[in-house]
Design a protein around this ligand. Structure first.
Ligand code: FES
Length: 154
């Protein structure tokens, strides 16, 4: 996507919210959904459109983990590495996902199909090891279940 498209998509979102400063988080959310992440050009457009400093926009983006300043894959995989999941073999599940995708945690696959991340406890310890793909929770994960799980996403 070109820089001009980033600006155009951001302007459409700003228009939808009628340049309402109090809707900053919703505007960021919708912009990220439209572009896939929040490039600098989009943040500049938002700051200009709302009449607020760029630093204020950045501080909100960096505060919320849901926002990304880097391109992300179409699907976000989060592998829980909290204590309960760890003792049940989360490291083996992560290693299998890394092997099948050919990337380490923290990276995107080359085709931008997936972004792989590790997280700490997601509050479902009894189901550990837990992997979350987008909004889907996979409990009691095991290395042999990884291939089937990944196959659910294109
Ligand atoms: S440690 Fe993984 S859900 Fe709590």
């Amino acid at each position: 996507m070109a820089v001009r498209e980033f600006r155009e998509k951001t302007r459409q979102v700003l228009k939808k919210y009628q340049q309402d400063k109090s809707a900053l988080i919703d505007i960021l959310h919708d912009t990220q959904a439209a572009i896939g992440y929040l490039p600098r050009e989009a943040l500049e457009e938002i700051a200009r459109g709302l009449g607020i400093p760029l630093s204020q926009v950045y501080s909100v983006v960096t505060f919320f983990k849901a926002f990304s300043l880097e391109p992300r894959g179409r699907h976000l995989i989060q592998v829980c590495m909290g204590t309960a999941c760890h003792v049940r073999g989360a490291d083996k599940v992560l290693a299998q996902i890394e092997k099948e995708l050919g990337v380490k945690a923290g990276a995107n696959t080359a085709d931008l199909r997936f972004t792989l991340q590790t997280v700490n406890c997601v509050g479902s310890c009894a189901l550990g090891p837990v992997v979350i793909v987008d909004q889907d929770y996979y409990g009691e994960m095991a290395p042999e279940k990884v291939s089937g799980m990944l196959g659910n996403y294109s």
